[in-house]
Design a protein around this ligand. Structure first.
Ligand code: AP5
Ligand code: MG
Length: 189
C-alpha cells in the first residue's frame, strides 16, 4: 500500500489554495479537505453549523477556533484521511488552531506545511475577477488584514519546526502546480 501523504496549506485569500490543493490531492490520490468548502456546504444545506458560520463568512471574519478544531478533528478521523492522508486547505489559520492541529497529529505529523505565497495586490486582482458570493470589497480587505494578523504567524511557527515549504503561487496554474507537486514529492523523501 502506498504511504499516506499529509500536507497542510495556507496562503492569502485568492492565492489559489482551492485550485492547487484539488490538483495536488488528485495527483497523490488523497482527500482534499477544504474548511471553506465544508462551511459553504453547511451554509447551503442550512445545517446548525451553516447557520453559525453564515454571518461570519459574509463579513469576512474567522469562524471560532473551537468550532473549526472539532470540525477538522472529525474530518481527519474519517477512514479515507486516516489511511491515505489529506491535503488540508485553509486550516490551521490561527496559532491556536496550529497548536491544536500539532497536538491531534502528534503521532503522525504532517509531512509539510506549504505556504502558497502570492502578494496582496495580485490576489486582490484575482478575487475581483472571480466574484464568489462572499467576495465583497469590504470582506476581501477584512480577510486579507486578518491573514496578516492571524495566519502569517504560522509561517514562523512551521519554519521553527522545519516543516515549512514556501511555494511561489504566481504564474500559470500549471506552473504553480508543478512547483507545488515537486515540493510535496520532495517532503515525502
Ligand atoms: P476559504 O474558502 O478557505 O477562503 P479563503 O482562504 O479566503 O480563500 P479562497 O477560497 O477565497 O481562495 P483560494 O486561495 O482557495 O484561491 P482559489 O483557488 O479560489 O475560507 C472561506 C471562509 O471560511 C473564511 O473567510 C473564514 O470565514 C472561514 N474559514 C475557513 N477556514 C477557517 C478556519 N480554519 N478558521 C476560521 N475560519 C475559517 O483561487 C482564487 C481565484 O484565482 C480563482 O478565481 C482562481 O481561478 C484564480 N486563480 C487560481 N490560481 C491562479 C493563477 N495561478 N493565476 C491566475 N488566477 C488564478
Ligand atoms: Mg479556497
Amino acid at each position: 500500500m502506498p504511504h499516506s501523504v499529509r500536507v497542510i496549506v495556507f496562503g492569502r485569500q485568492g492565492a489559489g489554495k482551492g485550485t492547487q490543493c484539488a490538483r495536488v490531492a488528485a495527483h497523490f490520490g488523497v482527500p482534499h479537505v477544504s474548511t471553506g468548502e465544508i462551511l459553504r456546504d453547511a451554509i447551503a444545506r442550512d445545517t446548525a453549523l451553516g447557520r453559525a458560520a453564515r454571518v461570519v463568512l459574509d463579513g469576512g471574519g474567522l469562524v471560532e477556533d473551537s468550532l473549526m478544531i472539532s470540525l477538522v478533528q472529525g474530518r481527519l478521523g474519517e477512514q479515507d484521511a486516516r489511511t491515505r492522508g489529506y491535503v488540508l486547505d485553509g486550516f490551521p489559520r490561527t496559532l491556536v488552531q496550529a497548536a491544536a492541529f500539532d497536538e491531534m497529529t502528534a503521532a503522525r505529523p504532517a509531512h509539510c506545511a506549504v505556504d502558497l505565497e502570492v502578494p496582496r495586490e495580485v490576489v486582490v486582482a484575482r478575487l475581483l475577477a472571480r466574484r464568489r458570493e462572499d467576495d465583497t470589497p469590504e470582506a476581501i480587505n477584512h480577510r486579507l488584514d486578518l491573514y496578516e494578523a492571524q495566519t502569517s504567524p504560522l509561517i514562523e511557527h512551521y519554519r521553527s519546526r522545519s516543516s515549512l515549504r514556501v511555494v511561489d503561487g504566481v504564474g500559470t496554474q500549471d506552473e504553480v502546480f508543478e512547483r507545488f507537486r515537486a515540493t510535496v514529492a520532495a517532503c515525502l523523501g
